[in-house]
Write a protein that binds this ligand. Structure first.
Ligand SMILES: [Mg+2]
Length: 146
């Protein structure tokens, strides 16, 4: 992997380094063998349409909802309409969803690692043995007031 084009290896102070997923981008193959390695957060920052804070917040929120719907539709086609699995489409929609989720995390200046940890903390409280059960799902111990 070519890492020579990393433009800024310094992490943002508020973002956990776990968020610095690197992607290899292959530009238009007709233009020549141009490969570039980019950090995912910088990739999203560069591609998200700049606007006022309110419009960008609306854009990212609608983006999450829209892409979640597209992913659900791809799964529905397989399991409800018995169409052949379209893994290419499912990967595409997961990627679109990740794009908007990354923008949400950056908007609120929270790292993916912090989000995953908060979710794990919540679910560990709900499922004490870290195993699913209907009883624990219904009891929702994490939602009980102390
Ligand atoms: Mg999509």
């Amino acid at each position: 992997m070519n890492t020579s084009s990393l433009s800024n290896p310094q992490p943002h102070p508020e973002i956990d380094t776990d968020d610095f997923i690197h992607l290899q981008i292959v530009h238009d193959p007709e233009a020549g063998p141009v490969n570039e390695v980019v950090r995912y957060d910088q990739f999203v920052r560069g591609l998200f349409k700049p606007d006022t804070e309110q419009v960008m917040a609306l854009h990212m929120a609608l983006g999450v909802a829209g892409e979640a719907g597209e992913l659900a539709d791809a799964i529905k086609k397989e399991y409800v309409y018995n169409k052949p699995r379209d893994l290419t489409n499912i990967i595409e929609e997961l990627g679109d969803l990740e794009f908007y989720l990354q923008q949400v995390r950056m908007h609120y200046n929270v790292s993916r690692a912090a989000v995953l940890q908060a979710n794990a903390d919540k679910l560990a409280k709900r499922y004490v043995n870290l195993k699913y059960s209907d009883a624990a799902a219904i009891a929702r111990a994490d939602k009980k007031e102390n």
